[in-house]
Design a protein around this ligand. Structure first.
Ligand SMILES: [Zn+2]
Length: 303
């Protein structure tokens, strides 16, 4: 059973040193005990951050192959950054976190973007059930006035589970305006058995062949109330989050990374146990291979 992780005091007690953070990494990377990747031996001796195999004599670094692999930062800094990230309701900007941790802004900026990559890990699981889909433009004239001026007009595809009462999981991605990209986004993010709620203008015969599609005007006919678009609800929340947390200062080159953090948070908005969310981010960082500094920018699959 995991130790309770609810308050800052719990956190400081659990992760008081580099050694205790390494213990956590070791336990979560190999829940059944470490295994040598070269000879599959289960007999390994630990020397600080290194394991030595008693079978073949080779050494394995505990952080090797994880997001933390090449970092010069103490693991405690990473863990603390994740703690701040999940305990601030709206997240934290690099400048704020830099002040909290006493670490240079460029280092913290890159650390946060790497963590956003780790958050992407479970966004590959497709949505199911009743899913509303649509697209929005991030820099509309109104958002220009409200401060998102560092972005040129970005087209975002959105898909959100909605059973008519509550919102479920969300998927979002920057897409190209050429025909076909929206469909590809849906194919990759929504299971074929799902029912799509789609705006009339995006109605597409090839989508209708694969999904059970309902247009917004079909819904309006079937109800005495005009349907409320969950896509515009998500759009408002996303723009509000960019403004509140980053004062709109997000570069278009990294927009997909910010989207990944937003989606990760959105999918866990019901979760009150921040310790559980903290563990989820660390576990994903363990499963995420190291990312080179010059590759932090998301390789956009839809452009
Ligand atoms: Zn070995």
């Amino acid at each position: 059973m995991e130790t309770t992780l609810e308050t800052l005091a719990d956190f400081e007690r659990c992760f008081s040193s580099q050694e205790t953070c390494l213990d956590y990494l070791l336990e979560h990377r190999w829940p059944d005990g470490p295994v040598c990747p070269y000879c599959q031996s289960h007999k390994l001796w630990r020397f600080g951050p290194v394991l030595e195999c008693s079978g073949c004599g080779r050494q394995i670094r505990i952080m090797a192959g994880t997001l933390f692999q090449d970092s010069k930062l103490d693991l405690r800094i990473w863990f603390r950054a994740v703690w701040y990230l999940v305990n601030n309701h709206n997240g934290i900007s690099a400048s704020e976190l830099s002040r909290e941790l006493g670490i240079r802004y460029p280092t913290v900026w890159s650390l946060l973007h790497k963590l956003r990559w780790a958050m992407f890990a479970d966004l590959r699981v497709p949505l199911t059930g009743r899913v509303e889909v649509g697209e929005v433009f991030l820099t509309s004239p109104d958002s220009l006035q409200s401060g998102l001026s560092s972005l040129r007009s970005e087209r975002l595809a959105i898909a959100v589970e909605y059973d008519g009462q509550s919102l479920g999981r969300l998927r979002m991605r920057v897409i190209d305006s050429a025909k076909g990209y929206f469909r590809r986004f849906i194919e990759e993010n929504v299971e074929l058995t799902s029912t799509l709620i789609i705006p009339d203008r995006l109605k597409d015969q090839s989508l209708e062949a694969d999904y059970n599609c309902l247009t917004t005007s079909d819904l309006a006919k079937a109800s005495s109330f005009p349907p409320i678009s969950q896509i515009s609800r998500v759009e408002t929340l996303f723009k509000g989050w960019l403004m509140e947390t980053f004062q709109g200062a997000v570069s278009e080159a990294y927009l997909d990374n910010y989207i990944d953090e937003f989606v990760f948070r959105f999918d866990r908005h019901y979760q009150e146990n921040r310790g559980w969310v903290f563990r989820q981010v660390i576990d994903r960082a363990i499963q995420t291979p190291p990312i080179r500094q010059d590759r932090i920018m998301r390789i956009r699959s839809y452009i």
